[in-house]
Design a binder for this molecule. Structure first.
Ligand SMILES: Nc1ncnc2c1ncn2[C@@H]1O[C@H](COP(=O)(O)OP(=O)(O)OP(=O)(O)O)[C@@H](O)[C@H]1O
Length: 251
């Protein structure tokens, strides 16, 4: 059994009287590859926000490596090994690919310094940047300005930036959104080649792409978990088909 890293228990996120996330529990172990599916408004992003500290849950708990982080700051969560990408690109367009990565690496490592008694890093900034450039298929673009690379490459760069903190859990919010079919193939390849022990939780509207990348699926509907299972179980699941076809359910 793999080591449990992230645990979400009975989590609720409420906006006024509306429950965007309703009693969601999830266990993520080292190396898990999990997709969170669900139609628009199902609560997927709100769940990510509660895990990363951008929204505080109204009920329930989040823990990372056994440490309770339900009310911890986003920075503290990043130090403990949670990283995230966003639906919208979050880059410095007037800087090069490499400069963006160096900025990401420096910001996160400075925070990590305070955790170590000695100021030695396990890997140099340059080595780190080199390795994530390679991993995200961006080595040939390292000196290009971000505004000059394609949208697909910008999304790869975002993923690369999230890897500079050497996370234990990576939350990917719609990594293939807006990508062309060819760019989707590259993004899938990049995700597939991420370290084996890195846990990945991804939100994705392209169901086929998502099911090919993961070994577990959580399908959300109206804030709650509708179904959980392996990709093959989800493909043939009637409830999942109904919510995607928009038919009303008798819950
Ligand atoms: N800050 C907020 N204030 C009020 N309601 C919100 C807020 N954030 C999200 N919601 C509502 O919560 C519900 C869940 O939103 P959320 O973005 O988590 O869904 P989602 O599954 O990620 O949807 P999508 O696939 O469209 O991104 C939606 O009805 C949304 O309008």
């Amino acid at each position: 059994m793999e080591k449990l890293i992230l645990e979400v228990t009975s989590l609720c996120v409420q906006f006024g009287s509306f429950k965007a996330v309703n009693n969601v529990s999830m266990k993520v172990s080292a190396g898990d590859k999990i997709a969170i599916l669900g139609p628009n408004g199902a609560g997927k992003t709100s769940l990510f926000n509660a895990i990363t500290g951008m929204t505080l849950p109204t009920q329930g708990t989040v823990s990372m490596g056994g440490v309770a982080i339900t009310r911890a700051s986003p920075n503290r969560r990043a130090e403990l090994g949670i990283a995230r990408t966003f639906q919208i690109t979050n880059l410095f367009f007037g800087l090069t690919v490499e400069e963006n990565l160096l900025l990401a690496a420096r910001g996160l490592q400075r925070r990590k310094f305070s955790l170590f008694s000695s100021a030695t890093l396990p890997i140099s900034e340059e080595e780190l940047v080199e390795s994530v450039l390679e991993r995200c298929h961006l080595l040939t673009k390292r000196h290009w300005l971000v505004k000059e690379i394609s949208y697909g490459e910008q999304r790869q760069l975002e993923l690369a930036m999230s890897l500079t903190s050497s996370p234990k859990v990576l939350l990917l919010d719609e990594p293939a959104a807006g990508l062309s079919p060819a760019e989707r193939v590259v993004m899938s390849d990049v995700i597939k080649s991420l370290p084996k022990d890195l846990a990945i939780v991804l939100i994705e509207h392209d169901i086929d792409l998502a099911l090919n990348l993961v070994d577990r699926v959580i399908c959300m509907y109206q804030g709650g978990v509708l179904v959980e299972g392996k990709p093959d179980e989800i493909r043939g699941n009637k409830k999942v088909q109904e919510i995607y076809l928009g038919k009303p359910r008798n819950a």
